[in-house]
Design a protein around this ligand. Structure first.
Ligand code: ADP
Length: 517
């Protein structure tokens, strides 16, 4: 128990600390008692016997029987005060305490709340800006995608327009060269003139092939940009892929009088699972570069296939590449200055991306004056035993009956001549509707179908054919190299898709494969 003196002391200290003042009024609000320090809060006129509502504003209208706490009130002196109304039977005691500390705290809290509000406002503003920026980014992305789509569709259009006449130029040049060889054998006295013509025709052929490779590179580049290229692994005799590439590239090295050697640790057949056409494309680009840039010495292509990895190395004794240029050669359209060699600067860009898509990495080591070493390794699992390669059928024993559907008469004549030379019985019609009529009237072993034709397109004709229940094998022969067209043909149930210019050997091989499957 605290004794009375101690209690009085505590009360005194509390009084001092809170700077307590008071006044008492009866229930008619007449002042009965006033503390001496009340004036420090500016209530100077309060005197006993007077009505408190005349002296103290906050007392006006208050009920003298109700207990009330007014936490923060402005006093006439300007000091913030807290007021407690403590009613009893006889009177109402009003306690007044200095509330500067609470007021200050409240002000701080208010300030903090204001600052928080400001922060929330700024955060909202930033979020709105972020949203605006991300919407803008999205819009730009859509624009870019649209631009890239337009670029691809433009390139595919250009490529289509180029391929069709090039098919004629390359094919007919070939035929004329064959004819000339025949003439030179028979007309010995005019042989010199025929030789000239042969070399002119070779020049035409070279230029057309170059033009074709430019178009193909441009198209591939556009397709890589818009993720249009798909890797299609399938059972492939990789020895054959390397042989094909070597056969194609040997004449280039012979013309330049440089040696070209191929070293492999496997022989045909060597069945692996890979995309043969993309692998061939990489080899032709890289070995093609090595031969193109090497003027003396040799080019070696070494291939090692073991433990499901295909290791390819191409070494040349060409001019080499400076350290500075090595950083740039993979950039699209980049070419070293003054090489004097034709090209687009796209070969390495495309090859690198294709190798990456097939799971490998392209490495190029070179020093100026010391030749170039290009290397890549690809995962290459052996193909499971199964379908053996298609045996060549005896086309001569049973002539193949082929329906050629092609609106371009030059190309139709060319394909007709090339296939007829191989003993194929070819019937030609110029659009899809005529093809349907022909297939109604007669039966064919195979249909070679162009896609873009007047009256009825190839796609419509194939769709109609399949709807009729006619399962005659169809090989598409189109100038479009777009993945979407290839996929559409596959969906419609076509057996193969060839891009123009078509090679007669490809047609024969596909026909053999289709007919013996
Ligand atoms: P292109 O051969 O069409 O010019 P590429 O993308 O294939 O385009 O090559 C880019 C450039 O890299 C070439 O123009 C050439 O300057 C350089 N280059 C590529 N391969 C070799 C090589 N084997 N030797 C020397 N330079 C090369």
């Amino acid at each position: 128990m605290v004794d009375t003196t101690t209690q009085q002391n505590i009360n005194k200290q509390l009084f001092q600390k809170l700077e307590l003042a008071y006044f008492c009024v009866d229930h008619s609000m007449v002042v009965k008692d006033v503390s001496s320090n009340l004036s420090q809060y500016g209530f100077t006129d309060v005197c006993e016997g007077g009505n408190i509502e005349d002296f103290v504003d906050f007392m006006v209208g208050l009920d003298s029987h109700t207990e009330i706490d007014l936490p923060l009130v402005a006093s006439p002196s300007g000091i913030p005060i807290s007021v407690s109304l403590l009613p009893s039977e006889e009177q109402l005691t009003v306690l007044i305490a200095n509330a500067s500390v609470q007021a200050e705290q409240r002000q701080k809290l208010q300030q903090q709340a204001n600052e928080n509000e400001l922060l929330v406002y700024q955060q909202k503003k930033l979020m709105a800006e972020l949203e605006r920026a991300s919407a803008e980014l999205e819009r730009k992305n859509l624009q870019l995608e649209e631009a890239s789509r337009l670029q691809t569709s433009f390139l595919s259009g250009v490529s289509h327009e180029f391929r069709t006449p090039l098919t004629s130029i390359i094919g007919y040049t070939n035929l004329v060269r064959k004819d000339l060889r025949h003439v030179s054998e028979q007309m010995v006295p005019r042989i010199a003139k025929t030789d000239d013509s042969q070399s002119y025709l070779r020049a035409v052929q070279r230029s057309s092939k170059h033009l074709l490779s430019l178009v193909e590179n441009l198209l591939d580049h556009g397709k890589l940009d818009s993720n249009e290229i798909v890797i299609r692994p399938k059972r492939t005799d990789i020895a054959e892929v390397f042989e094909d590439a070597a056969i194609l590239l040997h004449p280039l090295s012979t013309t330049k009088n440089i040696e070209f050697e191929v070293e492999t640790n496997f022989s045909s057949p060597a069945f692996a699972v890979t995309d043969d056409s993309r692998l061939r494309q990489c080899l032709i680009n890289l070995v093609g570069n090595a031969i193109k840039f090497t003027d003396t010495g040799s080019v070696t292509l070494s291939v090692d296939w073991k433990d499901d990895i295909l290791d390819v190395a191409i070494r040349d004794t060409g001019p080499g590449i400076s350290e500075e240029d090595l950083q740039k050669i993979r950039l699209p359209f980049w070419q070293a200055a003054d090489t004097g060699k034709a090209g687009t600067g796209l070969g390495l860009t495309i090859t690198e991306r294709l190798i990456e898509m097939m799971g490998g990495e392209l490495r190029i080591e070179s020093k100026l004056g010391e030749g170039t070493h290009v290397h890549f390794a690809l995962p290459m699992p052996a193909a499971p035993e199964g379908d053996s390669p298609v045996e060549q059928t005896n086309a001569e024993a049973v002539p193949l009956k082929l329906l050629l559907v092609e609106d371009d008469s030059d190309i139709a004549d060319l394909v007709w001549m090339m296939l007829s030379e191989r003993g194929v019985d070819v019937v030609h019609v110029a659009n899809g509707a005529l093809a349907l009529d022909a297939l109604n009237d007669d039966s064919f072993d195979i249909v070679l179908m162009d896609i873009h034709m007047p009256i009825m397109s190839g796609y419509d004709a194939i769709q109609e054919l399949r709807a009729r229940g006619d399962e005659t094998p169809v090989v598409v022969m189109s100038a479009s190299a777009m993945e979407a067209d290839r996929e559409k043909a596959e969906l419609l149930g076509c057996q193969a898709y060839l891009t123009k210019p078509v090679d007669v050997d490809d047609i024969m091989n596909i026909a053999d494969a289709v007919l013996s499957s």
